[in-house]
Design a protein around this ligand. Structure first.
Ligand code: ZN
Length: 306
């Protein structure tokens, strides 16, 4: 994927807390600021607070913890000003992607007469305090409905390639972020509140996750037309067929059956499905991508999840 060189980015949509030790006890990560240094960071896991599911629903809200302090180690607002920066730097590419995703939803909500609320993405390393409790990178990227923020340790993108065997690439990463923003949309629309049962092949939890995949596809459909500012040039210049297949490749590798078979015990147990199978995740991303219409993401109404 390529960004238009002369468009402006809004780095304020990202809170960069990498290397701030914003997680627990204010420790400072050694060699902080970079990515892929996870092994060098020793943090305590607040396991007694309960793990964070990657889904949007049912996340416990623990009022005693404050959100991660934004002590910036890299100044993204100085580094990521234009699309040209996004074409050169991975961090700035993610800023541009987040701008595009939120730009799409801002317009989409406005078209239906409602207001989209911007949600920041927090780049952290190792561990982080959130409105949903303490979390470590082990849980993968997630959305916290209590503070309306997306959290990601960017080493997850390396892990997708080394551990899950994904091809990777910026657009594959964009799919992951767009999925998390799909949960924010669900939170704004009140959909997350519909989730009663969390696991199982046709559970509300799986329907919520597949809908977030579909919303990611909807954004992808519009990605090359979302302007950088009202009436301005699109942030994203082009997306190739290779980009799309890389996103689908990730969708397949984070399907429950793939994970159970290849990274878990080897047996597929549908009763433990939380996000949907690989085929379902690909199907719903594709549905959003083909229609470009959020109403096609009717995973709660359909009897055919794929
Ligand atoms: Zn999710």
């Amino acid at each position: 994927m390529e960004f238009n060189d002369d468009v402006s980015l809004d780095a304020s949509q990202v809170q960069d807390t990498r290397g701030s030790g914003g997680g627990i006890g204010g420790r400072v990560a050694l060699g902080g600021g970079g990515i892929g240094i996870l092994g060098a960071i020793i943090y305590f896991v607040l396991s007694q607070l309960g793990g964070l599911p990657t889904g949007g629903g049912g996340v416990p809200s623990l009022g005693s913890l404050e959100s991660g302090q934004a002590v910036t180690s890299t100044d993204l607002s100085a580094e990521c000003r234009t699309g040209a920066d996004a074409n050169k730097s991975d961090d700035c590419a993610l800023v541009a992607v987040i701008n595009s995703i939120q730009g799409y939803w801002t317009d989409q909500f406005a078209r239906s007469g409602t207001k989209y609320q911007l949600a920041p993405t927090n780049f952290f390393t190792g561990s982080v305090r959130t409105g949903c409790g303490g979390a470590t990178a082990d849980v993968g990227p997630f959305y916290c409905p209590a503070d309306s923020e997306v959290y990601i340790d960017l080493s997850f993108f390396q892990e997708l390639q080394t551990r899950f065997g994904a091809q990777g690439g910026t657009f594959a990463e964009a799919y992951v972020l767009a999925h998390e923003y799909g949960h924010h949309v669900q939170n704004l629309l009140g959909t997350s509140g519909r989730v009663r049962e969390g696991t199982g092949p046709t559970s509300d939890g799986v329907r919520l996750e597949l809908q977030a995949d579909c919303y990611a596809g909807v954004w992808a459909n519009h990605a090359t037309t979302v302007p950088s500012s009202p009436g301005g040039k699109p942030l994203i210049k082009s997306i190739s067929q290779d980009d799309i297949s890389r996103a689908l490749d990730v969708a397949a590798r984070i399907g429950d059956d793939y994970i159970q078979k290849n990274l878990g015990g080897g047996q597929v147990d549908e009763s433990q499905f939380s996000h949907g199978s690989s085929a379902q995740r690909e199907k719903w991303f594709s549905t959003g991508l083909e229609t470009g219409n959020p109403t096609s993401c009717n995973t709660f109404e359909t009897n055919n999840l794929g």
